[in-house]
Design a protein around this ligand. Structure first.
Ligand SMILES: [Zn+2]
Length: 241
């Protein structure tokens, strides 16, 4: 069981909230959804509206100055290019005091591109082309790519028909990152050439047939599905027409 799921199960009132998951402050500063008391106790700054699915006392909390040598800032460990120090930051253990001001997104070897096939469940050419385009545009930022899934086509997911890809962009499955936001917005901006159906990042969805072009922070919020992976804080989901 995922840590956040364990925590949520103990607090029924928080069942709709993505407690301990990422959020973003002004300018894309890294934050974590925690109670306002947790935020103030850790010396963080509360940002309203950053955790829209959460109860009233859970808000986005950032801390842009913490003690790691001479300086530091709180961010997700997957996004830290420098060293990290514990017990400086609000939220879960993966939100740590990073020594570096530089973002540490990615740095991964080129991922294996899925192979296209023609059977109903095979990864389709449009998905393969989309995967190639993203990897070319964002070298080092995608660690692994999934296309197919063990389900009948058509099914509840576009993965069942090989018409969706998951672009894993943190150090591991279930490891939160802020890295996917730029990739997701790039997918939106390249919707025509990608033949985009919809894109999901960070518990928000954008569909070219329903939504106008906007920054990720303005995309439609999705329900809390229960953990970092299901809420798309470790991968960008892209569905193709
Ligand atoms: Zn997916």
């Amino acid at each position: 069981m995922h840590l956040s799921a364990l925590f949520l199960s103990a607090f029924a009132s928080a069942a709709l909230g993505a407690l301990n998951e990422p959020c973003a402050g002004p300018g894309g500063v890294a934050g974590v959804c925690v109670t306002t008391s947790t935020c103030s106790a850790s010396g963080g700054t509360t940002i309203s509206g950053g955790c829209p699915a959460d109860p009233a006392d859970v808000k986005c909390c950032s801390k842009t100055s913490c003690a790691n040598g001479a300086s530091g800032n709180c961010r997700w460990t997957s996004d830290c290019a420098g060293t990290t120090v514990t017990n400086q930051c609000p939220g879960p253990a993966a939100f740590k005091c990073c020594s570096s001001g530089a973002t540490g997104f990615g740095g991964y070897a080129a991922p294996t591109i899925p192979t296209a096939g023609t059977s109903s469940g095979a990864c389709k050419a449009v998905s393969v082309a989309g995967a190639q385009a993203v990897v070319a545009a964002w070298p080092g930022r995608v660690r692994e790519i999934f296309c197919t899934r063990a389900c009948a086509c058509p099914g509840t997911s576009d993965h069942c028909c090989g018409k969706a890809i998951d672009l894993m962009c943190s150090d591991g499955g279930g490891v939160p990152t802020s890295s996917g936001r730029e990739i997701a917005e790039w997918v939106m901006n390249n919707r025509a050439s990608l033949n985009l159906k919809y894109v999901i990042w960070g518990q928000r969805i954008w569909n070219p047939s329903e939504d106008s072009v906007a920054a990720w922070t303005s995309w439609r919020a999705m329900e809390d599905r229960g953990d970092v992976t299901q809420n798309h804080w470790d991968h960008v989901h892209v569905s193709f027409n």
